[in-house]
Design a protein around this ligand. Structure first.
Ligand code: GTP
Ligand code: SPV
Ligand code: MN
Length: 588
């Protein structure tokens, strides 16, 4: 065992005072013991073993159901290094305000030491983390989401000091005593007061995005909130595409897409569905690995039509959190197949009927499921070097303004699209839902340093890569006058992926696109809106670029960009000016 980990575990237990300390090996025997204990004390409910073997339901504290961004801090020495989009707290203040919350916080409980890898065991890009936690539910989730236990202990046994400590305690679960703090200088994470998702599974948003983004800035790579998929064409070639969409905006669904054109040879293979670590290869391309080994996916809206691969994956060996339960201990959530059941137990454990007028499952209810259960899992998902990206998609939820898809003119313009993207807020974080906010590269809640410096880093990576991916903007969520989504989405997003591939592969890609002030927009025929049965009017709306709306959009972008002051890269400012010029051509 490595002494640096043991020393830290000792130090932590001197403050948190657990009754006992358990080092996790990740074995199934260990998991069975943990799960049995949680079933016995009511933390988990065993679901129907005939229909959902080895699946469990967990109901979280109703005050603890999503990430809490206002309680999430970057604790750099200087506020400017966290930047205007992060909450900042000095390390000294964190020691005063947060550390005392760990005092005796594990008394009467077991402290689990969870060693884990982010990335495949044999990848040069893989990182080691150690999370100590007093939540067995967190341990069971980490076992699915990361390569946990012996495989990580083996790596630590080499005596490496290069590992990320993460201290997690449930505390009293109240938002008043909740903090999720990141120390980029010491690469340390503290989380107290929440047992849910990205607040508590410290490998995911805390290590693999907030801490990793700062490592990437220093070491010349990118840690991104992106899905990674392999698009197989009838020729048998594979085009790898990454996509950054904000939380609950469609990454998991796109990554697991079931192709309606499979018979013709068009298929999607999942490499990752939430996080990508991207390195520059010796061939000048960008290569992406998925650091995770499981999916923490949004349940509502998932059904056999929208995401049959997810439905197959979650039917065994999965944890379901805050979904509703049927009378035969099955699960249910809004948007599942079939009729709404007559009687359910809702996500808080109360009896529920369709007349209740409430939601049976929480809007941010989730499944935790092993990647290997995904029928569409790419055979290359654990390739140590990753997969070479041909395209990056930036996407958001926009009822208006943003076309279904358009292509940027070049890398710099593409980085500008990412920097200025916006999206309506969702239930993945607490707070109002449906409010449009700027969410650069879908990293607003996840970038561990000044977002202006982050854009500069993106520009730099593009300069250093001889052959960077083409960048596109997408929006599945444009609505009609009645407020309905125009685009059918899900499997039909395959049509957009096909166009992306055509754009990348064909020398004459512009032939099925028109140039607009935003970029290259496909013709409706290139996407096949007619075959889909969309009206001409709807198709026009999908691809419309409204100058007045875009002038307003550009004004709003300006205010946002200027909030970065002298940290705003000149190239981004120039791109913004160029967009305004294209929107308001000066007559000569
Ligand atoms: P996080 O795990 O929070 O990062 O979310 P995500 O980006 O992986 O989003 P996910 O794929 O889980 O989708 C979130 C919600 O959007 C679900 O309710 C989906 O059913 C819905 N959704 C996903 N793709 C589409 C689409 O193409 N069209 C429509 N209309 N809804 C979609
Ligand atoms: C997200 O909110 O982007 C998620 C869910 O992927 S959580 O792990 O809770 O951050
Ligand atoms: Mn996510």
């Amino acid at each position: 065992m490595t002494s640096s980990v043991e020393e830290w575990v000792d130090e932590v237990s001197r403050t948190t005072h657990p009754d006992r300390v358990v080092w996790c090996d990740g074995s199934s025997a260990e998991n069975d013991r943990l799960v049995d204990g949680m079933v016995a004390d009511g933390t988990l409910i065993r679901l129907n073993p005939a229909t959902l073997p080895n699946c469990f339901l967990h109901r979280s504290n109703p005050q603890d159901v999503a990430r809490t961004e206002h309680l999430t801090f970057i604790c750099s020495e200087h506020a400017e290094d966290a930047g205007p989009t992060n909450n900042w707290m000095s390390p000294a203040e964190a020691r005063q305000r947060i550390w005392p919350l760990f005092n005796q916080s594990m008394q009467g409980r077991t402290m689990y030491v969870v060693p884990y890898l982010m990335g495949p065991p044999n990848s040069p890009y893989t990182k080691v983390g150690v999370e100590v936690t007093d939540s067995p539910y967190v341990v069971a989730n980490m076992r699915i989401m990361t390569r946990m236990g012996q495989v990580a202990l083996d790596r630590l046994a080499t005596g490496t000091t290069d590992w990320v400590p993460g201290l997690h305690s449930l505390g009293d679960l109240s938002p008043e005593h909740r903090f999720i703090a990141h120390f980029p200088d010491t690469r340390t994470i503290w989380s107290v007061g929440s047992g849910y998702g990205g607040n508590a599974l410290l490998g995911k948003k805390c290590l693999a995005l907030r801490i990793a983004s700062t490592m990437g800035q220093q070491q010349g790579w990118l840690a991104e909130h992106m899905l990674i998929l392999g698009l197989e064409s009838p020729d048998g070639d594979l085009t790898y595409i990454a996509g950054a969409f904000p939380s609950a905006c469609g990454k998991t669904n796109l990554a697991m897409l079931k192709s309606p054109f499979e018979a013709d040879g068009w298929k999607v293979w999942t490499v990752g569905e939430d996080i990508a670590w991207i390195n520059i290869g010796s061939d000048g391309r960008l290569w992406a690995i998925n650091p995770e080994s499981g999916y923490f996916g949004v349940a509502p809206g998932t059904n056999r039509k929208t995401n049959p691969n997810a439905m197959a994956a979650v039917s065994s060996n999965s944890i379901l959190t805050n979904v509703a339960m049927t009378e035969d201990r099955g699960v249910w959530w809004e948007g599942m197949d079939g009729p709404v059941p007559e009687r359910l137990t809702d996500w808080q454990g109360h009896p529920w009927t369709p007349a209740s007028g409430t939601r049976a499952a929480h809007p941010n209810s989730r499944f935790t499921t092993p990647a290997i259960q995904n029928p569409a899992l790419s055979p290359h998902w654990e390739d140590p070097q990753g997969v070479p990206l041909s395209a990056i998609l930036f996407g958001g939820r926009r009822a208006r303004t943003v076309p279904l898809i358009y292509r940027s003119f070049d890398w710099e313009h593409g980085v500008f699209l990412g920097a200025t993207m916006a999206s309506e807020t969702t239930a993945a974080a607490t707070g109002a839902v449906g409010v449009v906010r700027r969410d650069p590269m879908a990293m607003l809640p996840f970038c561990g340093y000044n977002m202006g410096d982050y854009w500069a880093h993106w520009l730099e990576v593009g300069k250093r890569a001889a052959n960077p991916p083409a960048i596109f903007q997408v929006n599945w969520f444009r609505t009609d006058a009645a407020g309905r989504y125009i685009w059918p989405g899900f499997g039909e997003n395959m049509r957009v992926l096909r166009w992306v591939r055509d754009q990348i592969r064909s020398r004459n890609g512009i032939s099925d696109a028109r140039e607009t002030p935003l970029g290259l927009v496909p013709t409706p025929a290139a996407i096949g809106t007619h075959d889909l049965g969309l009206s001409t009017a709807d198709a026009e709306t999908l691809f419309a670029v409204d100058r007045d709306e875009w002038l307003r959009e550009a004004d709003d972008q300006h205010v946002f960009l200027e909030s970065f002051g002298d940290r705003l890269p000149e190239a981004i400012r120039n791109q913004h000016q160029a967009l305004q010029n294209r929107l308001s051509p000066v007559a000569v």
